[in-house]
Design a protein around this ligand. Structure first.
Ligand code: BTN
Length: 254
């Protein structure tokens, strides 16, 4: 059971809790399609997501009642479609801010928007947009943040806040803090502070300015991540030349 957060202006003021839900993202997208208007900042949250969806068609499976599993409905009608990657930026930065506030160290945002602590994934984000012409009408920001889960049998590179800080957390209190951080970063976006968001994102980026091995199109090569472009493609310096890669075009190897 979750309560409406006390410290936000609009985010979570309409909060729909379901003890069980197939996917909060699917549920939220369905709400956006209905004829009744749905409030900007509506949060759909569950304790037991039975068919959680991840990026690239993957599943998102976590232990019921131990983590934060929710979606936020936003109406970023101010944002041009070609700038939609800023939705990934503000969301991943908000989670990064939250983890810093909790006292975590060694966090990084692995492009496009996985949040890592100590080289292990603590949070995944799935953003789905509904577009009207050149502008974004509705956005569903789905967040899975591992809080109290202690074992990840199938996933070798996953962790939780509880494992990192060695204690249990109250999910309602953590939701309130996280929603406050999300709202602050979203307002930064709404006010048009794109360069500040981009600068913070680059600072938090995993492997930035380091030489590593990547794979693309069956080939392995050395490169240095040097940023992302406005449309969210990863920029890599390979043999003194800059190349850009879309989300399905590259994998991080070592
Ligand atoms: C990923 O890293 O692959 C993204 C995972 C996103 C999971 C969240 S949990 C809440 C929301 N509802 C879903 O079905 N998926 C997202």
């Amino acid at each position: 059971m979750y309560k409406i957060p006390a410290n936000t202006l609009f985010l979570g003021k309409n909060l729909l809790f379901m003890p069980e839900c197939h996917s909060t993202n699917t549920f939220a997208l369905d709400l956006c399609q209905q004829s009744l208007p749905i409030a900007d900042g509506t949060v759909v949250i569950t304790d037991n997501q039975t068919s959680g969806r991840g990026q690239r068609g993957n599943n998102w499976e976590v232990e019921p009642g131990r983590n934060l599993t929710f979606s936020v409905i936003l109406k970023p009608t101010f944002l041009a479609v070609n700038l939609q990657f800023y939705l990934n930026i503000f969301t991943s930065l908000a989670i990064h801010d939250y983890l810093r506030e909790k006292g975590c160290l060694r966090m990084a945002i692995k492009w496009p928007n996985d949040v890592f602590i100590n080289e292990k994934k603590v949070s995944g984000i799935l953003i789905e947009n509904q577009v009207h012409g050149n502008l974004l009408a509705n956005t569903v920001v789905g967040i899975g943040l591992n809080i109290n889960q202690a074992q990840f049998l199938e996933l070798k590179n996953a962790t939780s806040l509880g494992l990192i800080l060695n204690r249990e957390f109250d999910l309602q209190s953590e939701l309130e803090i996280l929603l406050t951080m999300l709202e602050a970063r979203y307002l930064q976006l709404r006010q048009g502070h794109l360069s500040g968001l981009m600068a913070d994102y680059l600072r938090a980026m995993y492997w930035i300015n380091e030489a590593h091995t990547f794979g693309s199109n069956g080939q392995t090569f050395e490169g240095i991540i040097c940023g992302v472009d406005e449309s969210g493609r990863l920029k890599l310096r390979i043999n003194h030349e800059e190349k850009v890669f879309g989300m399905k075009e590259i994998s991080y190897l070592r």
